[in-house]
Design a protein around this ligand. Sequence first.
Ligand code: ST9
Ligand code: ZN
Ligand code: ZN
Length: 333
Amino acid sequence: TKNGNAVVEKNLLHHDDVAAERGMVDDLFDETYREKEGPRPPLQYVWRNIILMSLLHLGAIIGLMLIPSAKIQTLAWAILCFMVSALGITAGCHRLWSHRSYKATLPLRIFLTIANSMAFQNDIYEWARDHRVHHKFSETDADPHNAMRGFFFSHIGWLLVRKHPDVIEKGQKLDLSDLKADKVVMFQRRYYKPSVVLLCFTLPAVVPWYFWDESIIISFFIPAILRYTLGLNATWLVNSAAHMFGNRPYDQNINPRENPLVSVGALGEGFHNYHHTFPYDYSTSEYGWRFNLTTAFIDLMCLLGLASDRKRVSKEVILARKMRTGDGSHKSG
Ligand code: ST9
Ligand code: ZN
Ligand code: ZN
């Protein structure tokens, strides 16, 4: 539509040419959207999810209590599983597939897809679809984890109720052709359930039991259940804490914030004021490797020839943006 084109054009001017180079702009904020008047439709609880999430978190507490009895190799393995699955989210469905902020060769995409199934956060297609609406309609009814609805809703609550109809309505208008054209993404979507059973739960639990005679109980509750639960919460903190606590050096008119603590757990994804201001930057921060293992990983992949075409925002554009819309906190930091 004419209006739509005008918005895209405005955003492009506003956002530097980098955004368009990726061949997609549906992760840029759309300021024309207005929430519908009147109260929200009543919450529809999904009891299956409420029960499963409660059981999972109880299981994680059991995992925590078993830590003193675990072998050191088992703890090291759990950390490795955490790192790999986290990269499947950060370098995979976030920076590559949601934002197209760099290019990855087939072997890297296969690795990231395996890592992504290990993280069990919905398949890549669904994750990226929800994430693009999160950016485009941030903190409105069309944002799946709308932080205006409070810490609990944006952290886990949104996974326990039916989606607001506007999420689906707006989501259906997104351009997802790049995801549909990626055979690896579509393959994972088709075999998602068995891939999760195998990679998120079976593989992490079988390795310590088989290779160093760890008890099967500890093998299941620490590298599988506890590691999975910590990965989920580290991710959810980006939606909750990093939308509430921290400075806003790049744009004080939006809620997402710079939260280094969240970045530590989320391998670099807590610099959320920067990320919502420049969603196409492959580093999700202006400061390279600082608290940002994912950027180091992508850089290593480029060095090995497995990735290329990293999108960055120039220092001049960043500085101009800080001066124009920032909260001034960069001067003291
Ligand atoms: C999980 C995801 O935890 C976490 C994502 C976090 C995102 C973080 C972002 C932050 C930045 C990056 C940080 C990374 C940090 C990493 C650190 C790592 C250490 N557009 O969904 P349904 C349509 S998952 C368009 O069932 P309901 C579509 O047709 C945890 N269309 O809606 C769909 O059918 P299909 C494990 C859309 O019924 C149909 O509607 N997973 C859109 O309202 C039905 O969709 C779970 O717990 C859209 N956006 O149910 C499962 N959405 O999909 C949780 C929907 O076939 N999910 N449609 O095309 C569910 O059970 C359900 O989704 C529900 C809503 C109950 C929540
Ligand atoms: Zn966000
Ligand atoms: Zn994002």
